[in-house]
Design a protein around this ligand. Sequence first.
Ligand code: NAI
Ligand code: MG
Length: 361
Amino acid sequence: AAQQSFAIASIPGDGIGGEVIDAGLQVLDAVAELSGGALEFRVTEFPWSSAYYREHGRYIPEGGLEELRRHDAIYFGAVGSPEVPDHVSLWGLRLAITQPFDQWANIRPVTFLPGVTSPLRKADDVELDWIVVRENSEGEYAGLGGRNLSGRGPGEEVAVQTSLHTEKGCERIIRFAFDLARTRQVAKVSSVTKSNAQQHGMVLWDEVFARVKEDYPDVETERVLVDAMSAKFVLHPEQLSVVVASNLHADILSDLGSALAGSLGIAASANLNPERRFPSMFEPVHGSAPDITGRGIANPIGAIASAALMLDHLGLPAEADAVRAAIEATTASGILPLDLGGQADTRQLTQAIVEALRNSW
Ligand code: NAI
Ligand code: MG
């Protein structure tokens, strides 16, 4: 019998979600097999997608969240379809999980892989890697506001979209960033806001940051406005280690980071409920990519690296490192997907990564 067994809920979702989750599950299968029976991943697939929504009128059926909750982790592909407005699909499936499961910390490492040409010339001579820590429960994505507020109809519409920042919400994500910084080679936290222009919520964030940093005298800090930080990602990325920001700011910055590292297709992400009262969710940063769906060419690295973050969370850091090393060995050997200028399709790249995992185990 297996010594450690984990229940994983997989939600491939839409578009290339299924293609890349399938790749990640192949890697998890290899990890289980190579463990010689010490590890078992029991994967249950949930068919919740935009097609499911069009048939049933909802993304998650009644009782679905309770069922999800019984799992140790959730492995998520992407949601988004040309047939459903994006705000309906995002709120219907992805945010319908992250919000009730209080996955308030979204971790997005920016990893520069060997053999991948970055548009950033600096990446050739400086070692670069940093982590974006995104507040994942409130801020600009709190869903507060409304439309038709003028009551005057088309042409005169007024819409309000309000950001919500709570002292507790700011404090827990900022503390999380400091704790994470302590585990890294460079113990530094960069706090991102736009508090010069947004004088209520973001000034609260700044004040909480100033208070929390007193508890971490060993961690270097800086405060950078979001526009300046976007320039810093390009001009001085070597000065970054942990970057903590609000929901919207960190969403944008992490896409910029992964583009600098070569492609959105390699970016991984974890939606964590750090208290572990609910399962956490692991997903590539990219979306459903309808422009390349069904062609078998999606880059699976973001999904596989997200599976590595899931292994970390399940208490298997050695296995997680082995998966990351297999990804690096593969790109270093010149086996690259189309979006990184190579020739390998999803299947070939996944096979190469599984092979590298076997060779190094
Ligand atoms: P996207 O990430 O799906 O695609 C952006 C571009 O990057 C496309 O040209 C696509 O082909 C390419 N790309 C993305 N992932 C790739 C991969 N693994 N390999 C190779 N190329 C890749 O973002 P887009 O086009 O803005 O959104 C498409 C749909 O996805 C929309 O419905 C959107 O709402 C949804 N979406 C869902 C997310 C989620 O589920 N977490 C996140 C972002 C977007
Ligand atoms: Mg995004």
